[in-house]
Each structure stands twice: as C-alpha cells, then as structure tokens.
Design a protein around this ligand. Structure first.
Ligand SMILES: [Zn+2]
Length: 400
C-alpha cells in the first residue's frame, strides 16, 4: 500500500512535502519525497494529497472505564487542597452506583471518540473487577495498567493476585495491548504490596505528585489525604519527602516507571527523573479541572524532560478529546512550539509507554500506525490544531 500525501511529517527526520509512504502488512517499508517516486509507483498510489500525515497520536494516560461517569463535581474554581479528596469521595460513590453495562458502554464510546481524533495507542488504567476485553480488543496498541489499590494489605494483595491471574487468562488471546498491573499511586497501596509490584520489574504507570494534598501527605504528614487514609483504620507512615523519594529510599527499581502528572515535584523528584530518564505524562484538561498550580511545560521541555500527553478520565475533564488536549496545551502554554506539542503527542508518548521501537515517528520498519489531517495550513504542524477529527487513521497498516 502506497500513499501520496501533502506532507509526511516524520518527527525524527525531515518533512516530505509532498511525500509518499509505502506500507507492507503492518510496517513502513519506504518513505520520502514525491520526486523520488517512480512514475509507475505514482500511478498505483492512493492519493491523499489533501492530508498532512503524522505518526499516530498516543494518549498515554486514560481511564476509559470512567467515560460513562462524566465530571463528578464541577470544575475547581479556586485551588484548595481538599478539592482533590472531595473529588475522590464523590468519584467512589458515583462509580459504585454505575452498572457494569453502563461502564462498558462508556468504554466503547471512549474508544470510538479517541480513534476518530487520531489516537492509535493508549496507556489505560483499569480496575481489576471490570471486563478488560473491550479495551484489549479495541484495536489500539499500547498498555493496559490494572490498578492495584488498597492501604489494607489483604485488600491490595487480593487485587494484585486477581489482576495477575486475569492477566494470564487474557494473554492466551492475542491483543495489541500488553498488561502490566501497576500501583494507582504510592500512598494508596500498602508498602508490602507496593514492594511486590515493583519486584517484578515490569513497565509501570503510577500517579505521582498529582495533587497538593499528596504533596502535604509526604512533606508534612498532614492534609486531607492523611484524613482520607486514616478513615480506613490503617495509618501508614511513609518516611520520605515524596512518592518518588519513598520508592528510591526503599530501593524499588523505578527505571521502567512512567510518572502520571508530576504536578508537585520536589527537588529530589527532579534529580530522580533526570538520573533515571523517566517520562512524565501531562493531562492538560484534568490539570485545569483540579485547579493545580501552573505546570511549567515550557521549562520542563527546555530541560529535556520527556513529557507525553494524556486525557485522564472524563471524571476530571470536560471531554474525552485528545485533539482538545493538544489545543488546550497550546492555549495554556503559548511559548511551547507546535512542533514540541506534536512531539509530545507522538514520540514522547511512545517513550512513556516504552513503545519507541514501534511508534512515535515515521521510519522504515516502524509500525504503519499513522494519522492524516486536512492540510489547511502551509505549516503542517498547525493542521492537527485546525482539525476536529482525523481524516485517515491506520493502526499497524489497517485503516480504521
Ligand atoms: Zn489518572
């Protein structure tokens, strides 16, 4: 299969305008400038000369199971530390009131929306006790992170055991998505079970330094998160300045850990991120919803941090819209270039999900997972920002 396009934006190499991309089965086998294509091949090509082609977008952090929930409380207008814990309480109440059927319908709707926008891979957090099949067989590439949660050791251990068992069962069927049980967050999992999860040394995804209440929990052993955990009658004392500091002090291997959010990082966190080349996932809509302190995206990118983009869930966002997240990031961070934002949505997303050998750029031998947007602007990087949805989406060479 051969496509001729207005632009082929490779991310790691040149932009070919106009260009071609040739696909065999699920891989890219050739790409380049249209001038270098023979007349015979040109005749056989599929003409998408109205499109700018990019590597497919990667939504590095979602909770598709919460799509049916919608925002559980109105967006925070003024940042106050207990907003986050109030939200958790309401979220748990509302989630428990939803039927499994509603949750599954929401997952399917979320998958459809993301595909329309040009997402080809996801990093999705999911509960152990709902059906994982709709996500695993969505056609997306990526990683599924069953969330291990529980400050009571027996509960957390039970969730981990069940998740590992379920993972084994699902792995009998092929899926483009691999499964990696991960801690929801450091403070929400009993230390013994946290230790067990990390000792397996898989790629992990974990909410880290998400809220001011988490920051206060570690730095002052105070705040509303301490109250919330104490309600479980299982007071845990983490002798560390932050979640990452805790993992590091306890010699847990963080080298394959992807950090979701990182909104309240400490000096030690920055050092650990640099030393271990850890990726961060920024979720612009969710960040705005919680009224967190400004995220220094421009500065972080200047320092060379790898920052991917995520939608987070609809429980803390106004819409499940990856293009909307890109547009919001552009509006909130006008100093960040469009090239950087698209790199976050592609190459950085691939790094965050440890899929950089397959995804994130258009290169020979990588997966033919790509997306095309109408070439309305001369600057191809502007085109996803002008689009409401994608005009062409391929995952592993298959049109969807
Ligand atoms: Zn999340």
């Amino acid at each position: 299969m051969l496509y001729i396009a207005h632009d082929i934006v490779t991310i790691t190499g040149p932009i070919f305008s106009p260009g071609f991309i040739e696909i065999e089965k699920e891989r890219i086998v050739n790409l380049g400038s249209l001038n270098d294509l023979s007349a015979e091949k040109k005749r056989k090509a599929i003409d998408v000369s109205h499109l700018s082609i990019f590597p497919g977008f990667i939504n590095a952090h979602s909770h598709l199971e919460l799509t049916a929930l919608g925002p559980v409380i109105p967006q925070c207008e003024t940042n106050h530390p207990s907003f986050f814990t109030d939200w958790i309480r309401k979220l748990l109440l509302k989630k428990n009131s939803l039927s499994l059927e509603k949750i599954h319908q929401g997952i399917k709707k979320g998958i459809e929306n993301l595909k329309k926008q040009g997402v080809v891979a996801i990093g999705d957090h999911i509960s152990f006790n709902i059906d994982w099949a709709p996500v695993l067989h969505s056609g997306f590439k990526g990683k599924l992170f069953p969330e291990i949660i529980g400050v009571i050791p027996e509960i957390a251990k039970d969730i981990l055991d069940r998740s590992l068992k379920k993972k084994k069962e699902h792995e009998k069927n092929s899926s483009k998505i691999s499964i990696h049980p991960s801690p929801h967050s450091v403070h929400a999992v009993h230390p013994d079970v946290l230790d067990k999860i990390f000792r397996q040394n898989p790629p992990l995804s974990c909410h880290i330094a998400e809220s001011e209440s988490e920051f206060l929990y570690f730095s002052e052993s105070g705040g509303s998160l301490v109250d919330l955990i104490n309600e479980k009658n299982q007071p845990i004392k983490h002798h560390a300045l932050s979640a990452l500091d805790y993992l590091s002090k306890n010699k847990l291997d963080i080298s394959r850990l992807t950090l979701v959010h990182g909104n309240y990082l400490t000096k030690t966190d920055h050092d650990l991120i640099k030393k271990n080349k850890l990726s961060l996932i920024h979720c612009p809509g969710s960040h705005r919803f919680f009224g967190h302190r400004p995220f220094p995206l421009f500065e972080y990118l200047q320092e060379g941090k790898i920052i991917a983009l995520g939608t987070d869930s609809l429980a803390s966002n106004t819409e499940l819209n990856f293009l909307g997240e890109l547009k919001l990031a552009q509006k909130t961070h006008p100093r960040v270039s469009l090239v950087s934002l698209i790199t976050m949505a592609t190459l950085h997303g691939a790094y965050a999900l440890h899929l950089e050998n397959q995804l994130g750029s258009l290169e020979i031998n990588k997966s033919a997972s790509l997306v095309g947007y109408r070439a309305l602007s001369k600057d191809p990087f502007e085109n996803p920002f002008l689009a409401l949805q994608a005009d062409l989406v391929l995952i592993d060479g298959q049109k969807i």
